[in-house]
Write a protein that binds this ligand. Structure first.
Ligand SMILES: *[C@@H]1O[C@H](CO)[C@@H](O)[C@H](O)[C@H]1NC(C)=O
Ligand SMILES: *[C@@H]1O[C@H](CO)[C@@H](O)[C@H](O)[C@H]1NC(C)=O
Ligand SMILES: *[C@@H]1O[C@H](CO)[C@@H](O)[C@H](O)[C@H]1NC(C)=O
Ligand SMILES: *[C@@H]1O[C@H](CO)[C@@H](O)[C@H](O)[C@H]1NC(C)=O
Ligand SMILES: *[C@@H]1O[C@H](CO)[C@@H](O)[C@H](O)[C@H]1NC(C)=O
Ligand SMILES: *[C@@H]1O[C@H](CO)[C@@H](O)[C@H](O)[C@H]1NC(C)=O
Ligand SMILES: *[C@@H]1O[C@H](CO)[C@@H](O)[C@H](O)[C@H]1NC(C)=O
Length: 381
């Protein structure tokens, strides 16, 4: 019954206001993707409408039930604060925020708004509106590729205590990574990459028990990686951890506590990190990919044990790493990338197994202190 009823709503929708069906005639990637769906839906409408008599008044009643009034008011306030962009033309007071509005998702059982995802539009402008605080049931919030969104991340975000996923990326937001994000205890994934954030990474993030993915790449962050980050993860054995901090100006060392974290992907490239990175490695680790390139890391590589089973790539280029290359790498069949160029390594490059040797050319090993042997031009004495 639910599907035909939705179709009733579809054909009884207003014709003068820009609605979901009208936005579909636009030519953005998102809407072209939806065109096929619309055609299929339209065919279905023809079939179903010949069978069903749609009752507009009943439909309107159902709509109201499906959109919480407080949530709707907050969304309309949000729209106004963002300059009433065309992207949000489907957000109108006489339609249902759960059924008819783009970029909004609701909990089917409660009818509360649980997700907002706004992306790819230059006309959405202003600060992230404080009105967002009234969307008390939000679990997922995305602002992606919205260059007109500026100013600091507002304290209103801290009111969204159910938030599990927060993505503010490729926007113009500036100011700090707010320490109040540490009060969002349900947070599992935080992506604030490709913004203009500055200051240091707040230590408060370390308190979050379920936060297992952090992306702060491509900002202007400085200071250390907080010790204790990921230390409160409830089930460290199970949780796979993702950390992207590349293209910032972070300094200090990689926290020794990272030894206990089950990293799958780590990218701390292009910062100013120093000291030892060997805590990220070790035989039993889940690590698949690590990019540590372009830092000031300095440690003895000789005794490093790489996780053999699933490691696919390691880039350690442009650091001050010394010692020699562990012979183990020569037989790691899954290893696609191993780059230790521009370091202070010495000794012989291990003789790679025949089936994998072609993956590692001179560019993976060049510019070291005294590395020698194939594929380098320098023979070992
Ligand atoms: C943005 O605004 C301009 C000028 O009002 C308009 O021409 C353009 O179509 C808008 N773009 C989108 C994606 O809505
Ligand atoms: C939240 O909603 C209340 C009542 O509807 C309103 O008074 C208040 O201004 C709203 N808060 C924000 C930040 O918009
Ligand atoms: C953390 O995740 C677990 C397992 O998914 C869940 O039971 C728990 O409620 C979450 N904790 C918070 C504070 O959201
Ligand atoms: C995180 O940021 C990196 C840039 O370092 C980007 O390539 C990657 O796609 C982002 N990952 C996610 C899951 O957002
Ligand atoms: C990076 O941080 C250091 C201090 O840790 C500072 O001296 C330097 O100017 C910063 N570089 C950039 C590009 O911000
Ligand atoms: C690196 O460690 C190895 C033992 O694992 C040791 O033999 C070697 O002297 C060390 N190299 C340097 C430069 O400290
Ligand atoms: C290794 O890193 C260096 C320096 O960043 C780069 O020039 C080279 O292309 C990389 N080599 C491979 C095989 O990826």
């Amino acid at each position: 019954m639910a599907a035909p009823f939705a179709i009733c709503l579809f054909i009884s929708g207003g014709s003068s206001m820009p609605s979901k069906s009208q936005q579909i005639t636009e030519d953005s990637p998102r809407t072209t993707r939806m065109k096929n769906t619309t055609r299929a839906l339209f065919a279905l409408v023809l079939v179903v409408s010949s069978i069903l008599a749609c009752a507009p008044s009943a439909a309107a009643g159902e709509k109201k039930k499906r959109c919480h009034a407080g949530d709707k008011a907050a969304l309309l306030a949000l729209k106004a604060a963002l300059g009433n962009p065309y992207l949000l033309a489907s957000w109108t007071s006489d339609t249902s925020c759960c059924d008819d509005w783009y970029d909004v998702s609701c909990d089917g059982a409660t009818g509360r708004v649980i997700g907002i995802s706004l992306s790819q539009d230059d006309n959405v402008t202003g600060a992230i509106p404080a009105a967002i605080a009234n969307l008390t049931h939000l679990t997922s919030l995305t602002f992606h590729h919205l260059p007109g969104i500026t100013a600091p991340i507002p304290p209103a975000i801290a009111k969204l205590s159910g938030l599990s996923m927060l993505i503010i990326s490729w926007t113009g937001v500036s100011g700090p990574v707010p320490s109040f994000l540490g009060s969002l205890t349900s947070l599992t994934f935080l992506d604030l990459s490709f913004n203009s954030l500055s200051g240091s990474i707040p230590a408060s993030l370390a308190a979050l028990p379920n936060l297992s993915g952090i992306n702060l790449s491509r900002n202007r962050l400085s200071g250390p990686i907080p010790t204790g980050l990921f230390s409160q993860l409830l089930s460290p054995d199970q949780q796979q951890v993702y950390l992207w901090l590349s293209h910032n100006n972070l300094s200090g060392t990689i926290p020794t506590g990272f030894d206990a974290v089950r990293f799958e992907h780590v990218d701390v490239s292009r910062n100013a990190l120093s000291g030892d990175a060997s805590v990220l490695f070790g035989a039993g680790k889940a690590l698949q990919y690590a990019d540590l390139s372009r830092n000031a890391l300095s440690f003895n590589l000789s005794a490093l044990e790489l996780p053999e089973r699933q490691l696919v790539g390691v880039d350690m280029s442009h650091n001050a790493i010394y010692g020699g290359i562990p012979p183990q790498v020569a037989n790691m069949a899954g290893l696609q990338q191993f780059n230790v160029s521009y370091n202070r390594l010495c000794g012989q490059v291990p003789l790679f197994a025949a089936n994998i040797a072609a993956r590692f050319d001179v560019f993976s090993f060049q510019h070291n202190k005294c590395l020698c042997g194939t594929p380098l031009p320098t023979p070992c004495k």
